[in-house]
Ligand binder design. Structure first.
Ligand code: HEM
Length: 414
């Protein structure tokens, strides 16, 4: 800790994101205390334009300020990842996450109808059925990979159900979203072509599905989106395709990551696991929030200033990029007591795992909460002695706090 200096820290260095968790946590703690708003150059990524750099926000209050002032900090000037969206990817990434009101609001309204109570209730029933199916498939084996065989499957199946992807294509969705969110990790992405290929595959899948639902509507989100009108106009099939990509990527990787980190945290804190298992329903709501704070599956999102302004007295110029580090905000001692303790009874728990409460606040938060809760209930009931038996393989990424693989073992059941 004492050897840290601001000059020695580079959040843009992809090697930084391969360092052990504790080392990274120490760096963010140092930044929060000593240099809470620091400027970094952007790394040059093949295929992406070289950007002008960005201000890294590491304190909770500053992340909240930016999230909640969309008139000052927008998503539509180049997007919400650190590098601006390259022209060739604009078609795939032109969805609501990279838009501002009023168009964002209108399109978000459309997609929200797929999360409205009627649809959500059906989905929530499906969550139960899918979670049971996932555990059924591994229960007799006594060991498996926790990430791909447990944590990933149910969120993947649910999001595929939502948009109408048939089971035969689920593994392809899994593989493509691993690539899209795996930028930075050589296991998933070695070249710009890998990334383009993943986008093209999902895009093609969406175009076929969208066209099919246009002609044969059902009650899935794809049918809703293909038949809805915004400003008197239907969404075009390519516009729908970018929604599709956002949903399938946002809806599967994040919840998987929360469940994987949640399992790890419960194992590392056996008192917390025993407490939750002693009365599942009593602790479930707070436990699920704490898992999302602890995991912070999405590490950052970026905004761009619309005018000269300031953040906590620090001047920010028009068009400068600001990056909200949710991981750091969720460990900020100024906002949380004992932030480095995993406490399933933490309440209140105003974490920013789903964003800081602005117009882009996660649309799937209620679904994700249910998925996490139901998965742990099923695991505690059916595989109560499940243990992680080896080191997790962590994703090298400044964007997703992912776990790629994690072996586990349990007493075979059924
Ligand atoms: C634990 C699981 C999840 C986490 C941690 C998470 C996190 C986030 C974050 C941080 C944002 C951006 C918030 C902001 O900029 O203010 C977001 C947006 C979004 N999320 Fe999630 N998410 C999760 C699950 C899901 C699920 C299951 C779905 C859908 C099936 C989903 C769909 C979306 C969509 C559509 C947006 C864009 C909303 C907009 O731009 O208006 N998310 N999520």
């Amino acid at each position: 800790m004492t050897s840290l200096t601001t000059d020695a820290i580079d959040l843009s260095d992809i090697e930084f994101w391969a360092k052990p968790e504790a080392e990274r946590e120490a760096v963010f703690q140092f930044l929060r205390d000593q240099a809470p708003i620091t400027f970094y150059d952007e790394i040059l990524i093949e295929g992406f334009p070289q950007g002008p750099g960005y201000w890294a926000l590491t304190r909770y209050a500053d992340v909240m300020h930016v999230s909640r002032h969309p008139e000052l900090f927008v998503s539509g000037r180049g997007g919400t990842n650190i590098g601006d969206i390259p022209q060739e990817l604009a078609e795939f990434l032109g969805s609501i996450i990279n838009m501002d009101d009023p168009r964002h609001k209108k399109l978000r309204g459309l997609i929200s109808s797929g999360f409205a109570p009627k649809h959500l209730n059906q989905l929530l029933e499906q969550v139960q059925v899918r979670a049971k199916g996932v555990v059924d498939a591994v229960a007799a084996k006594g060991e498996c990979d926790f990430v791909s065989e447990i944590a990933a499957l149910m969120p993947l199946q649910i999001v595929c159900d939502m948009v109408g992807v048939p089971p035969s294509l689920e593994q392809s969705v899994f593989a493509q979203s691993n690539i899209i969110l795996g930028v930075g990790d050589p296991e998933y992405v070695q070249s710009y072509e890998d990334l383009m290929g993943a986008f093209m595959t999902l895009h093609q899948m969406a175009m076929e599905l969208g066209q099919h639902r246009l002609d044969n509507p059902t009650d899935d989100i794809t049918s809703i989106l293909m038949h809805a009108e915004v400003d008197g106009e239907r969404l075009t099939v390519p516009e729908f395709a970018s929604f599709f990509i956002l949903l399938v990527v946002a809806g599967n990787e994040t919840t998987r990551t929360a469940i994987s980190h949640g399992m790890l945290a419960l194992q590392e804190n056996p008192d917390q696991k025993a407490l939750w298992m002693s009365d599942f329903d009593r602790y479930a709501q707070d436990a699920v929030e704490e898992i999302v704070r602890w995991a912070t599956p999405v590490i950052h999102f970026r905004r761009t200033a619309t005018q000269d302004t300031e953040i906590s007295g620090h001047p920010i110029k028009e068009n400068e990029k600001v990056v909200m580090f949710f991981n750091s905000a969720n460990r900020d001692e100024r906002a949380f007591e004992r932030p480095y303790e995993f406490d399933i009874t933490r309440s209140p728990n105003p974490h920013v795992g789903y964003g800081g409460g602005g117009p882009h606040f996660c649309l799937g938060a209620n679904l994700a909460r249910r998925e996490i809760r139901v998965m742990f209930e099923e695991l505690f009931m059916r595989l109560p002695d499940l243990e992680i038996t080896g080191e997790p393989a962590r994703l090298q990424s400044s964007f997703i706090h992912g776990i790629k693989r994690m072996p586990c073992a349990f007493t075979p059941n059924g």
